[in-house]
Design a protein around this ligand. Structure first.
Ligand SMILES: NC(=O)c1ccc[n+]([C@@H]2O[C@H](COP(=O)([O-])OP(=O)(O)OC[C@H]3O[C@@H](n4cnc5c(N)ncnc54)[C@H](O)[C@@H]3O)[C@@H](O)[C@H]2O)c1
Length: 452
């Protein structure tokens, strides 16, 4: 066994065990074959479908339900939203018999509902998720799992106490791209990880959260009082309802919205628990529409050495005024190569060292001739490999819901539980603390506490 293949084998062994210890479960994919998980070990509703409801039937709620319904054996029976237009739209999409309400507690009280999708603005996630678990529902909670760092423990405890399935909606986690990257990383394809970086770039009003305000938006069509019932009271303001991401009372800024995806993928690929040092800077450079959060944000993170990876540095950025636009990637850099990872692709770059002193032929010529000669040209392995999902791949979002329903049917662990979701959300949220307080934040990813 050569040195590098032995190392690769040892990596596989060590990292494979680490992945198993973390309860990581990978779904074998055969897109055109009836999935194995459809063989049912327990029944759900009378017709043996999993019956779901959505709480927060806006942009992502609709996307989540649409994806969930594309999986055999799933039905939607109820929707909750605080804007009547969304409820009317839900009935148009999913049938006039759909139960609709402004009060999510009416959804949780309905025994025929097996699972809820929580796709409200971030500041409502914890309360609804905890109550849904206590009511015996499986929960698919959109990212970021929590709005504030001190909310994580409550969801972790609620998941443990209820024994119900709880999965966070960072769909990239379940993607073919992330799986391949994890496999390559664990096989030692890039050597020792020392640096990672990721970014999201956008350059449009919609991309920068300037969503349209419906013409009929008013305190009559929107349940404004209920919306604010867990935060500071304010006079009716449609911008604060429909463009909630721009305001710190309701959203978590670009880091909570987008860094969190990069943390989820990075932690999944490297089986990491998170960074110990967090610094963020940035500014509001262009979208000066009254928003309270930056549109350009840079984050720098220190990951401590642990059993699953060496110590390394991470740099993340979001730019909503990026002239090149439309790009996102996650890059992992090691001493033997690097990987660019998206949900559908992995580009693996190998660092091929051509050191003449290693070359036996060259050594021999030197000793025979006594005169240095140029090394003979050699056959080199590929420097760059592109792994690409097949064209009929249904995508990360589909796979993430397959994993969720699979766990509900089999009792197997989910791919992104509350503990994992919290470890991805916390450093993203702490970027906001660092940015607004202009200081370095220290985080203990084992104990899940801010270190003072
Ligand atoms: N996984 C992803 O890629 C992804 C993408 C987009 C959004 N998200 C997440 O999904 C969530 C929703 O984002 P969005 O873009 O769909 O926002 P959105 O504004 O389009 O939808 C949110 C909906 O929630 C409703 N709502 C607000 N408070 C509510 C409450 N207490 N009860 C019931 N309904 C309530 C609003 O009326 C609105 O229709 C956010 O947490 C966001 O971070 C995830």
């Amino acid at each position: 066994m050569s040195r590098s293949s032995r190392r690769s084998f040892l990596h596989k062994l060590a990292w494979g065990s680490a992945a198993m210890a973390c309860g990581v479960e990978l779904l074998g994919r055969q897109p055109d074959v009836l999935p194995e998980w459809l063989s049912r070990r327990r029944s759900f509703s009378a017709n043996d479908h999993i019956q779901i409801a959505v709480i927060g039937a806006g942009g992502m709620g609709i996307a989540d339900v649409t994806t969930a319904l594309s999986i055999p054996g799933v039905q939607i029976v109820a929707a909750c939203d605080l804007y009547d237009g969304r409820l009317a739209q839900a009935r148009q999409r999913w049938g006039k018999d759909l139960f609709v309400t402004r009060d999510y507690r009416e959804i949780l009280a309905r025994s025929e509902i097996d699972a809820v999708i929580v796709a409200t603005p971030d500041f409502w996630h914890k309360k609804i998720a905890v109550e849904a678990l206590a009511a015996g529902k499986a929960v698919y909670c959109e990212k970021p799992m929590v709005y504030a760092v001190d909310e994580g423990a409550a969801i972790i405890a609620a998941q443990q106490q209820s024994g119900k399935v709880f999965q966070v909606g960072s769909q990239g986690m379940s993607s073919l791209g992330n799986e391949k990257a994890k496999e390559l990383y664990e096989a030692g394809a890039i050597g020792q990880l020392n640096y990672a970086e990721g970014f999201w770039a956008r350059n449009s009003p919609l991309g920068a959260w300037q969503y349209p305000i419906p013409e009929d938006a008013s305190p009559e069509t929107v349940d404004w009082d209920r919306y604010l019932s867990i935060t500071m009271q304010r006079p009716w303001d449609p911008l604060r309802f429909f463009r909630w991401r721009n305001y710190r009372d309701y959203g978590t800024g670009v880091s909570g919205d987008l860094f969190v995806h990069l943390f989820s993928s990075l932690h999944y690929i490297t089986s990491s628990k998170g960074p110990r040092k967090i610094v963020a800077t940035g500014g509001l450079r262009y979208w000066k529409d009254g928003r309270e959060v930056p549109d350009v944000l840079l984050g720098i993170f220190d990951y401590p050495e642990c059993t699953t990876h060496p110590g390394f540095n991470l740099s993340l950025r979001v730019n909503f005024v990026d002239g090149t636009s439309g790009n996102t990637f996650l890059r992992l850099v090691g001493n033997e190569g690097a990987m660019d990872v998206t949900w559908n692709d992995v580009f693996l770059y190998k660092n091929i060292s051509v050191d003449p002193l290693d070359d036996a032929f060259f050594q021999q010529k030197i000793s025979e001739g006594g005169t240095p000669v140029a090394p003979r040209a050699r056959m080199l392995p590929p420097k760059k490999m592109h792994y690409q999902a097949e064209p009929h791949y249904k995508g990360a979002h589909y796979d993430h819901f397959v994993n969720f329903f699979h766990s509900m049917r089999t009792g197997n662990p989910v791919i992104e539980d509350a503990l994992f979701g919290y470890r991805a959300a916390a450093p993203a949220l702490l970027c906001n603390n660092s940015y607004f307080e202009e200081r370095i934040i220290r985080w203990d990813p084992e104990e899940l506490v801010v270190v003072h």
